[in-house]
Design a protein around this ligand. Structure first.
Ligand code: CP
Length: 320
């Protein structure tokens, strides 16, 4: 029997089970092909409106949601805090009521406050997708990462995934750990002590403070951006010191599994958390992650727009 996607919103990975994740990734498989056609459009979401409401900077998430909506023929509107009345002091609640009054079908929100997407979802009267909230969650990033991992290994089960960097401030680390735990993969968090949150093991990860130990036998090496504003402050002595002790280069691949892949959600600090040769090397799937981002976000938009749920993703992809 076909699994039913029973969610009005996508706010966290925690709300999903393994079947939901598999359904999203399978739907995304069908949509990858749409983005590779000369005419990259299907009529699936014609008449629907998607609003991208971004209160924080973004290249990948905002652009890929815009492309995903347009490739499904939705009307897509982008609102960023700098060009909107948020810059005049309008509150999140008033912005949310204003956008809701224009009757969108789906709002994608990125906000620096953890929980902002849930706050909006309770008040706006349409589907809400979390495009990244504070240090809480970034569910579509974890889904696109899972898509790239499944593409490389054919499975999300039984893998060793080392996530290295600023775990404390990382919504990507939290969402990835939650997703990979659904499939029984081993998640390793590796960071200097000041960048590891207290109780990180409760997030379903093994904790490492030495890079070599974390990378030994890893199938996936996922590097996180070191936020420059946190360097040379109270948390870390210097950029050079971080790079020397936790920066990953090609020599580290010798520690990992022979088939190891290298991932980064972006944006990267080349020469800090990742050596440029590794970022551009043959084990890197960083641009595959970006490509997967469009297909996975098409799948999420498709599954949240319930009326078209009777069609399979493959049928929807063929409609063009
Ligand atoms: N990975 C990610 O969320 O990138 P952006 O900040 O560019 O959207």
């Amino acid at each position: 029997m076909t699994h039913q996607f029973r969610h009005d919103h996508l706010l966290t990975i925690a709300q999903l089970d393994a079947e939901d994740v598999t359904q999203i990734l399978d739907a995304a498989e069908a949509f990858v092909e749409v983005s590779r056609r000369p005419v990259r459009k299907v009529p699936t979401l014609r008449g629907k409106t998607v609003v991208n409401l971004f209160f924080e900077a973004s290249t990948r998430t905002r652009t890929s949601f815009e492309l995903a909506g347009k490739r499904l023929s939705a009307d897509v509107v982008n609102i960023s805090s700098s060009g909107s009345s948020v810059s005049k002091g309008e509150s999140l609640l008033d912005t949310c009521k204003t956008v809701g009054a224009m009757r969108p079908d789906i709002v994608v929100i990125r906000h620096s406050a953890s929980g902002a997407p849930e706050f909006v979802a309770q008040r706006i009267g349409c589907s809400v997708i979390n495009g990244g909230d504070g240090a809480h969650e970034h569910p579509t990033q974890a889904l696109l990462d899972a898509f790239a991992i499944r593409h490389a290994f054919g499975t999300l089960e039984g893998l060793k995934v080392a996530i290295v960097g600023d775990i404390s401030h990382s919504r990507v680390a939290r969402s990835n750990a939650a997703l990979l735990n659904l499939f029984g993969s081993e998640v390793r968090f590796c960071a200097p002590r000041p960048l590891m949150p207290a109780g990180a093991d409760a997030l379903g990860a093994k904790i490492f403070h030495r890079l070599d130990d974390a990378l030994r036998g890893a199938d996936v090496i996922m590097l996180l951006r070191i936020q420059r504003e946190r360097l040379e402050g109270p948390l870390l002595p210097s950029l050079r010191e971080y790079s020397r002790t936790f920066g990953v280069s090609q020599r580290h691949l010798e520690l990992a599994s022979e088939r190891a892949i290298v991932m980064h959600p972006g944006p990267m600090n080349r020469g800090v958390e990742i050596h440029p040769a590794l970022a551009d090397g043959e084990r890197s799937v960083i641009l595959d992650q970006v490509e997967a981002g469009v297909a996975v976000r098409m799948a999420v938009l498709y599954l949240l727009a319930k009326e078209i749920g009777a069609k399979t993703p493959a049928q929807a992809a063929k409609e063009g």
